[in-house]
Design a protein around this ligand. Structure first.
Ligand SMILES: Nc1ncnc2c1ncn2[C@@H]1O[C@H](COP(=O)(O)OP(=O)(O)O)[C@@H](O)[C@H]1O
Ligand SMILES: [Mg+2]
Length: 364
């Protein structure tokens, strides 16, 4: 889709990008990562000709960007930056409508498109008439993304778009960005200096150092076959834990070795089954196997007999969640085993911390 060929950019004597060669795949997210000043932004800006290269070429669908009109090129590529660059004196509608208006779309078509985009980035249509300063940082980034997608470009360039957002909201934006990309399947080049962001969002990761491409590969190979010490250091000591992002509950949960029951079962019978299996938790499902909660076997000091207490919204995980999310939830909940549900709340089994541990001991 996008070919960078022998791409070099010099600013005076400073070489910002050195003879870069890489192919960016259609419909995938390619992350550019590396320390500050390594040439990420310069590379990105050469793609839409905000910066022209000193040597080399960029080809989009086998056409050199230098044979295209730079203004038209930029209109055909979405661009999102940190703090979005929304115009503060324009409301959300007018901000998103900028490129469609330049392209002289009819106002009716623009309105439909703005509504569709707000829906895509999960903002209520009432946001159309708000001004950027009335929005939270996360909401502004959603509008920035909607604006970049306005004319439905095939390519999206994003330069540290979530860099200024606090960690909790950043994680929410990541999740919704992933589900948006599943729908739109754009070719995305995404600059970051955050390795966790690169691993979570990237299909492929390009690691840059002082203008050189150090390694360019899929996330799995980057994590398990780092090219050199620089990449190892960038990944950190906990790269086995980071790699849990790539693994899903659905491949690791177990379907036996735990107790299930129905809400209407006799407590004594449930207690007996729990004691026989030496367990403290019974998962409660209805007759259609829908998850309802769990019974906890408790024994207070004063009591002579143990009894059951019902927990109606315990911590659960979904089968498509990754093992890193599950691992964090286990730590948060103080539970080594968690019930696994489908997205329709059907109970399908249990995931165990021991199995997750074995998973990262098994890898080198
Ligand atoms: N307009 C410019 N003039 C001179 N030097 C620049 C200019 N833009 C970037 N540089 C230099 O080029 C190098 C790469 O910059 P940049 O691509 O912005 O890095 P990154 O985005 O990876 O932090 C840096 O050393 C930076 O100082
Ligand atoms: Mg930069």
């Amino acid at each position: 889709m996008i070919d960078l060929k022998n791409l070099t950019k010099k600013f005076g004597k400073k070489i910002a990008v050195k003879n870069l060669n890489m192919t960016i795949e259609k419909g995938k997210i390619t992350m550019l990562i590396g320390p500050s000043g390594c040439g990420k932004t310069t590379t990105l800006k050469m793609i839409n000709r905000l910066i022209d290269s000193t040597e080399g070429d960029i080809r989009i669908k086998d056409k050199s960007v230098y044979d295209l009109d730079p203004v038209e090129l930029r209109r055909s590529i979405g661009y999102v930056i940190q703090e979005t660059g929304l115009f503060p004196h324009m409301n959300v509608f007018d901000n998103i409508a900028i490129v469609p208006r330049l392209l002289k779309w009819e106002e009716k078509k623009i309105k439909l498109r703005v509504e569709e985009l707000l829906n895509l980035v999960t903002l209520n249509t009432e946001y159309m008439y708000k001004y950027p300063l009335q929005l939270s940082g996360g909401e502004r980034q959603r509008v920035g993304l909607a604006r970049a997608l306005a004319a439905d470009p095939e390519i999206l360039l994003m330069d540290e778009p979530f860099g200024a957002i606090d960690p909790i909201n950043r994680s929410k934006l990541h999740d919704s960005f992933i589900s948006i990309q599943e729908k739109i399947e754009k070719t995305i080049v995404f600059v970051t200096h955050d390795i966790n962001e690169a691993i979570k969002l990237g299909d492929k990761i390009a690691i840059l150092k002082d203008g050189d491409l150090v390694q360019y590969d899929n996330v799995y190979n980057i994590l398990y076959e780092p090219e050199n010490e620089f990449v190892e250091k960038l990944l950190g000591h906990d790269r086995n834990i980071k790699a849990l992002v790539l693994k899903k509950n659905r491949d690791y949960y177990v379907t036996e070795g735990f107790v299930t029951c129905q809400r209407s079962d006799k407590p004594d019978a449930v207690i007996t089954r729990l004691q026989e299996k030496n367990k403290k938790i019974a998962y409660v499902v209805d007759s259609n196997n829908k998850f309802e909660g769990l019974f906890l076997l408790e024994k207070h000091k004063k009591d002579t007999e143990p009894h059951l207490s019902f927990v109606d919204n315990p911590v659960t995980v979904e089968k498509n969640n990754n093992l890193q999310e599950t691992f964090s939830l286990m730590i948060e909940a103080g539970e080594g085993n968690l019930p696994v549900l489908t997205d329709k709340n059907q109970f399908i089994g249990e995931i165990r911390m021991d199995d997750i541990f074995n998973e990262f001991k098994g890898e080198r």
